[in-house]
Design a protein around this ligand. Sequence first.
Ligand code: HXC
Length: 514
Amino acid sequence: MSKVQDPRLEKLLAMREQAAQGGGAARIEKQHAKGKMTARERLDKLLDAGTFQELQPFTKVNPDDPKAYAGDGVVTGYGMVDGRPVFVYAQDFTVVGGSVSLTHARKIAQVVEMAMRNGTPVVGMLDSGGARIQEGILALQGYGELFRQNALASGVVPQISVMMGPCAGGAAYSPALTDFIIMTDQTSMMFITGPDVVKSVTGEQVDHQGLGGAQVHTTLSGVAHFMGRSEDESIALTKRLLSYLPSNNVESPPYVEPTDDPQRADAKLNTIVPEDPNTPYDMREVILSVVDLGSFFEVHAGWAQNAIVGLARLDGHSVGIVAQQPMMMAGALDINASDKIARFVRFCDAFNLPVITFADSPGFLPGVGQEHSGIIRHGAKIIYAYVEATVPKISVVTRKGYGGAYIVMSSKSLGADLHLAWPSAELAVMGPDGAVNILNRRDLAAAEDPKSLHDRLVAEYREKYANPYRAAEYGILDNVIEPAQTRPVLIAALRVLREQVRNVPPKKHGVMPV
Ligand code: HXC
């Protein structure tokens, strides 16, 4: 601290210095020894140099308590990320384990509320032992006030939670209410009840990471959207994510001067779909080829991999991509894929991101487990989300469009602005095998050579129904396009659709099947 003359100014600088020390040198060292940064170090990495402005650094739980920490375990404020304003908070584990008092919660709730009022994203960095135990009900009041602001801000400004330590108990509902959760491998964890409680109630033995670490939540539960292998990587993911998003729900997403040719065709796409309908191909290759090179940023990449969702750019404009992955479960839709798609479509709609859908699904996944866990309820969410969405919606059927799985994937009937297919598309109520068996049961039973009759009937069915031209003739498809031309076709469409206005019937809100 430089020596200054005015004692009043000296006092301010001394107080600032003390607040910046958090829980003190020993605890900072302990934090570093765990491979974790302090709250201020994390904010330094996230924000453009010199842009951080702190709010309420001197707030204390009890100003009369000489031992009370200034700032109360959370650093809040605002700054810039890549030249765009964001509100931020970072919990400071060195101060009473980053635990949440009413004061601490209100500091966070205030930045969420300010972000909402000013149309600015909010990024939280979480590292906390949960409700401050000695505060009792006051801490719970604080969490409730924070949850309320998170829920109110939903759909108004993007909210991103970056997990960099524990987040236990009901505390996990704050990040759960935000749009994206980025977890840091090994050091972050989220669970409603910890390993001890789990063991005493169910007898299951599991450690923190096995119960709710980054790998669990990015592959099994779907609670988290991204995993950083280190805090640096989690922060880099946060910045990349922000680069696709508008600052609020009335702003257009940021435009990035494109380096990729909007007319770029890719001949590889003309042969990517194998002639044998049961041979898979990688839908990710289709996406990577169509969007601006290097711009695809997959969301929920490790969970429900039979579906693909992610952000990308087309001619410099942000879009949301939704697709099936024929490489996983043949692209069948199950409960998790339904949740993944519906949630992402709603996010895109809330933040003015056009939704491009690549459909190839043989149907919904059959099974007692799926039915008993409510595939009907979950699958319905996809329909709800697409119908509700007023952003431009473009869909391309690359191969299978069968039954309900065809309808839900942004079909014309649900209100797609532009519904396209590749020549390899098969649009029918069900696949040829199943259809032939039902339609020709008696003939097949009576046939001398049922196998050859079956094969002939399947070939006839394919010829007649399993192609895009019936749908095109009925006007259900807007066009059948050459796969190589998909990128230029999508870019041309977005140029005319981007500013569209679509009205929905007035209502307080719908009752989404959840
Ligand atoms: C008060 C807490 C605290 C808490 C940690 N500390 N959590 N103080 N309330 N919730 C303090 C510790 O006493 C310790 O103080 C310091 O923070 C650092 O904690 P350590 O235990 O030394 O750190 P570590 O070994 O890394 O373990 C981290 C931990 C553990 C796994 C998070 O601290 C822990 O299990 N804490 C309790 C977690 C919990 O059960 N929280 C309540 C959940 S219920 P000293 O002075 O010794 O350094 C909940 C309900 C919310 O949150 C409901 C919202 C609706």
